[in-house]
Design a protein around this ligand. Sequence first.
Ligand SMILES: *Cc1c(COP(=O)(O)O)cnc(C)c1O
Length: 357
Amino acid sequence: MSTDTLTIPTQRVAKSRISEVDFDNLQFGKSFTDHMFVVDFKDGSWQNPQIVPYGEMSLSPATSALHYGQAIFEGMKAYKDANGDVLLFRPLANHKRLNSSAERLSMAELPEDLFMQGLEQLLRLDSDWVPAKKGSALYLRPFMFATDDYIGVRPSFTYKFVIIACPVGAFYDRPVKVAVEPNYVRSAEGGAGYAKAAGNYAAALLPTRKMQEKGFDQLIWTDAKEHKYIEESGTMNVMFVIDDVLVTPSLSTSILHGVTRDSVLQVAKDLGYKVEERRVSVDEIVEAHKAGTLQEAFGTGTAAIISQIALIQRNGQDYELPAVEGRKISNSVAAELDKIRTGQAPDPHNWVYRIKL
Ligand SMILES: *Cc1c(COP(=O)(O)O)cnc(C)c1O
């Protein structure tokens, strides 16, 4: 199947639900577009791609994903530019990561053209759902799960890949309070922390809820061996500015390889800032705070792009960050990235994938 010739059989809805959606008060992940893309893996190949009305799927109670967790996902956003074209940001990077997650969980890998054609044709059909308002976007959720109706422990022979989409407004706009997690870990080196696996999220829910009950928005994950080095902030990669240098934990098997992380680092370099990817200890952050050189702290991820951190707590001690307005690096990178992804600035790295309607 080549990208040019694959036309996905489409079953359209009789009547769009779009008029039921209040685009001025969008809640993340609640309202879905009219259609979804579905394709099945069986007998060793991907078969029967289709676009169908968004709706329920019926599953066997023995569906292996429900028992042993072969389930992975992606998250990406589509924007509308001034011409009404739909712009995707780095979809090939998401495709690559989907397959790296699939490999880690011993699942079937998905060909690039199937991923891209599913996305494109779904977006063309549901293009009215891509909000044009600043800060809003259409959030795309590609995901794959094991479908064998078999509860023996082995990799499934069959899988389903689906793309659903929901319009979203601007995210966590207020700076967050985070605390360093002293006991729980999200992932360990050698584990599946770099994969976007459903199970990683399930295991993070309890520690996150406990931290939220103590009044924090998110927690800072540290390494599994010593709880000494910073890994991520909640479900985002994390970055700091210390003495005018943008510093972030280097990638490993325990850290999710964020597309936003990579994009922020690249844009920061393009803007002439100094960037370091290396181990970052909690002590270093505390020391920098004491010395007055900790200028910025923020999370990066597709949902919020940049989520500013107002306060970091460790061992009951609060470390407050400077006001968000004065954060030179994250503010300038966020502004530049926003211009690139919405087609208002040159795109030197060919990140924007334009879909003509
Ligand atoms: C998805 C995710 C991120 C951010 O990745 P992006 O590609 O930037 O959206 C960071 N950490 C975790 C644990 C994630 O699941």
